[in-house]
Design a protein around this ligand. Structure first.
Ligand SMILES: C[S@@+](CC[C@H](N)C(=O)[O-])C[C@H]1O[C@@H](n2cnc3c(N)ncnc32)[C@H](O)[C@@H]1O
Length: 281
């Protein structure tokens, strides 16, 4: 009898609980151009009142930035890793932002209940490639089922050519489940789920053409949402430049304290009690 080698949800959860400490916190301290590119893609699409679901939200960096934009709406972030959610809840600040630990394929209904109504925008930032391939078509159908009539689905993920490059040159960078997703396959699966392609681009984050940005729309006939990224004004570019210069050792030290030392100092033993997370009093 053939034995499946596909990691199950418990393996994936354990992997990302561990991933938090050695990888995710650095996104808070040093920033991450992949995340910034995704945020820049998503922000211009949002309306003040949108209800947004961030699936595979990690430590909530994207969720927090989106929540600041949808001032009369809300953002709910879900992630399989309780550690990521634990950390997100301690390091984000926004009144219209919530988090919960859920496995995306099997626990989407719970996430939808928590969101409190149909999602207007669902975002998958570097998470769709971690959904088991066989589950993806059904997962897209479920996303459509919990979304409003002309909801957007924004997906950013490593391009198949970048995945091939990593497989050949740096396999240690690949995560526990890390699929290559061809655009044609994704568009076909999304179409069966009731989405039409509104935007596709190949981005250059670290290497030419390493990331795909895809915007899908339920129904596909509502063209009232702007989809393009606005070019940043000179003032905004000047501020960004000044910010990068200011990212001095002092700021980096502050971030180390705010996002790592302060948070983990309070943890007594997050591994005790089968993954239960305990704060020291
Ligand atoms: C590469 S990280 C991206 C996190 C975040 N979106 C970002 O861009 O920083 C992938 C995230 O997907 C989550 N994830 C992986 N498989 C999942 C699943 N089946 N259900 C829910 N979350 C999952 C992981 O825990 C991890 O936080």
């Amino acid at each position: 009898m053939a034995v499946s080698t596909q990691p199950g949800p418990d393996d994936v959860r354990a992997y990302y609980d561990e991933f938090l400490r050695y990888r995710m916190t650095s996104n808070r301290i040093d920033g991450n151009p992949r995340i910034e590119a995704a945020i820049s893609r998503i922000l211009p699409l949002l309306r003040d009142t949108d209800r947004v679901l961030d699936v595979g939200c990690g430590i909530g960096i994207v969720s927090e930035r989106l929540a600041r934009r949808v001032t009369a709406g809300k953002v709910h972030g879900i992630d399989i890793s309780p550690m990521n959610i634990w950390y997100a809840e301690r390091t984000t600040r926004a009144g219209n932002l919530s988090f919960a630990s859920h496995e995306a394929v099997n626990e989407l209904d719970a996430a939808s209940m928590e969101l409190g109504g149909p999602a207007d925008v669902v975002v998958l930032v570097d998470s769709i490639e971690h959904i088991p391939e066989a589950d993806r078509p059904g997962f897209l159908r479920m996303l459509r089922g919990i979304s409003s009539d002309s909801a957007l689905l924004v997906i950013t993920y490593p391009s198949p050519q970048y995945q091939r490059y990593l497989r050949e040159n740096n396999p240690g960078e690949l995560q526990v489940i890390d699929n290559s997703i061809e655009l044609a396959t994704l568009v076909e699966e999304a179409a069966s789920a009731g989405y039409l392609l509104r935007h596709y681009s190949l981005e250059c984050i670290w290497r030419p053409g390493d990331y795909c940005h895809v915007i899908l729309q339920a129904g596909g006939s509502d063209c009232s949402r702007p989809l393009s990224q606005k070019r940043k004004s000179m003032a905004v570019r000047a501020v960004m430049k000044a910010e990068s210069v200011l990212l001095s050792r002092i700021i980096r030290r502050y971030r180390q304290w705010r996002y790592v030392d302060r948070v983990f100092r309070r943890i007594r033993d997050h591994r005790s009690g089968e993954g239960r997370i305990t704060d020291a009093s």
